[in-house]
Ligand binder design. Structure first.
Ligand code: MCA
Ligand code: AMP
Length: 506
């Protein structure tokens, strides 16, 4: 049996050949047959560029249907797809390419000069471009290349993708995801959320993370459904498209923005059968407000880059506000007391661990880090604090890891602190997340200056510009005389969060 995920998708492509796979508001349209044929051409171009099974293909391009075809081409030949946030700066890309050692770096046409420099520095042998409207050198090469019809024969453990997630030490880690990880999760989600060929997904998420790439696209591909590709979330566009859509997936910021909009009514959402939220906590207030305004209950689910999706509220049955529901089919969970190492009773808080075919096989070239988080018995330590209520619904109540989630993007404080601490006048810093009405949490820096030294909020922010992706940069910087510490010398971020809690309150 061929475990290549593309093999499964190829069955859909044949069965749904003339149906739309991706459409855009500008009227571009790819059918499933196009997806099959164009991905074969792109695969031909990849092979001609020397990409072989197991080789990483790093991709930092603007959202487009063609980028998804490139992802499919990669799967087809057994390449390892490595999507990169379009907001990453040159410094960030430099580190990621050095670590991943891709055989090819595909960038936006406008970034070619810088991309070539980074590729040369990091030893990446090939750079190609892919634009947003079926353009770029890779697309041109694909048009010339003989189609690669063959689907690489792979085992379930062969890698399909590496997705980088920042680490608590400040160094990004590449989560290695296999064809089995992605296939099992897509099948499970398509079933759990009743996806069918009739669905039309409104796709407004970025496609370089699990949510927009795997949860959205793989599920659509499993079901033979259609996606409307939007470049980004824009409430005006969403309201125009809701009458033609059936499902939307979003981060909580999508929903907090929609509930504030007078256009959100039962009529506006009448054609929609499902709204999914994830990547960060959806507040019970937003859940309830959305239901009051539309009569529809948002379905909240929980996942991680390392694990794909683990828990989901039920499609049928109560979608309970403030919870992430129950384990998906084939996923096991346990909630462990940090002190005793034993499972807690229902209602008690512990650290959530998950196991299943969806769980990754480790961090790229980081065996020690992998051993710390992926246990011998297959359970992965999520670092999230959870409790299970008496009806079996799991509540994510906090984090045992130092992490801020801003608008669905993860920001690891250590990475920001290290850069702030480089500044001469700075003695030390602590980066925290504070309640933010739009982004859920707002990245905030608290800085201690060296005795007699001077620096302003502007000094700190300017230093970070160009070094860190925009979403990681603090929205505010505060100066204090010293950071609160416990007797062990550990910075008490809770105290800082309390002190500056009202910062973004409107
Ligand atoms: C944009 N900005 C942000 C963010 N996005 N700042 C902090 N956090 C953000 N997430 C900056 C912009 O650069 C801009 O700065 C200012 O904030 C306002 O931008 P705005 O136009 O309002 O933002 P937007 O373009 O509308 O974007 C907000 C967004 C977007 C729609 C929430 O960030 C987004 O699509 N997030 C989704 C992330 C995601 O897909 N996560 C899934 C990860 P300035 O004005 O100074 O230029 S996968 C995952 O987490 C797991 C596996 C899971 O469970 O799904
Ligand atoms: P990432 O590493 O980007 O994949 O982010 C994974 C993290 O996002 C998880 O460990 C959680 O902290 C958080 N997360 C994802 N979905 C939810 C949710 N529905 N509720 C609360 N936190 C979530």
């Amino acid at each position: 049996m061929n475990h290549n995920l593309f093999d499964t998708f190829a069955a859909t492509m044949n069965a749904r050949a003339t149906a739309d796979f991706i459409t855009t508001r500008e009227g571009r349209r790819y059918t499933y047959r196009d997806a099959h044929d164009k991905s074969a051409r792109l695969a031909g171009a990849l092979v001609a560029l020397g990409v072989k099974k197991g080789d990483r293909v790093a991709v930092q391009v603007e959202k487009s249907p063609e980028a998804i075809l490139l992802y499919l081409a990669c799967l087809r030949i057994g390449g390892v797809y490595l999507p990169l946030n379009t907001g990453y700066t040159g410094d960030e890309i430099d580190y990621l390419l050095s670590d991943a050692e891709p055989a090819l770096f595909v960038c936006a046409p406008s970034s070619l000069v810088e991309a070539r420099e980074i590729a040369e520095k990091t030893g990446c042998p090939a750079v190609e471009t892919l634009g947003q409207s079926a353009d770029g050198t890779l697309w041109e090469k694909a048009a010339q290349a003989p189609p690669q019809e063959e689907i690489a024969k792979l085992s379930s453990q062969d890698l399909a993708a590496i997705l980088y997630t920042s680490g608590t030490t400040g160094r990004s880690k590449g989560a290695m995801l296999t064809h089995q990880n992605l296939a099992s999760n897509a099948k499970t989600l398509a079933r759990a959320w009743h996806f069918s060929a009739e669905d039309r997904l409104i796709h407004a998420l970025p496609i370089f993370h699990t949510h927009g790439l795997f949860v959205a696209c793989n599920v659509v591909l499993m079901a033979g459904a259609c996606m409307l590709f939007l470049p980004k979330f824009d409430a005006d566009v969403i309201f125009e498209e809701l009458p033609r859509g059936s499902v939307m997936m979003g981060v909580p910021t999508f929903y907090t923005r929609l509930v504030q909009d007078a256009r959100l009514t039962p009529k506006a959402t009448a054609n929609m059968r499902l709204f999914v939220s994830g990547s960060a906590p959806l507040t019970a207030e937003t859940h309830q407000a959305f239901e009051e305004k539309t009569g529809q209950a948002i379905l909240e689910r929980y996942g991680m880059t390392e694990t794909n999706m683990n828990l989901s509220n039920p499609y049928e049955g109560e979608r309970r506000a403030g919870t992430v529901g129950m384990p998906l089919d084939g996923v096991e969970i346990r909630i462990i007391d940090r002190e005793t190492g034993r499972e807690v009773e229902d209602g008690d808080i512990g650290i959530l661990q998950v196991r299943g075919p969806n769980v990754f096989i480790g961090y790229w070239r980081m065996p020690e880090k992998t051993r710390e988080e992926l246990l011998d018995d297959g359970f992965f330590i999520t670092g999230d604090l959870a409790l299970r209520d008496t009806q079996g619904y799991v509540h994510i109540v906090g984090r045992d890891k130092d992490l801020v989630i801003s608008g669905g993007y993860n920001v690891y404080p250590k990475e920001v602190e290290q850069l702030i601490d480089e500044l001469d006048p700075v003695d030390e810093s602590a980066v925290i997340g504070l309640p933010h009405p739009d982004f859920g949490e707002g990245v905030t820096a608290v800085v201690v200056l060296k005795p007699g030294a001077e620096a302003s909020e502007q000094t700190i922010l300017e230093h970070l510009q160009g070094r860190l992706a925009k979403y990681k940069q603090p929205k505010r910087v505060f100066f204090v005389d010293e950071l609160p510490r416990n007797t062990m010398g550990k910075v008490q971020k809770n105290q800082l969060r309390q002190r500056f809690e009202a910062t973004y309150r409107s």
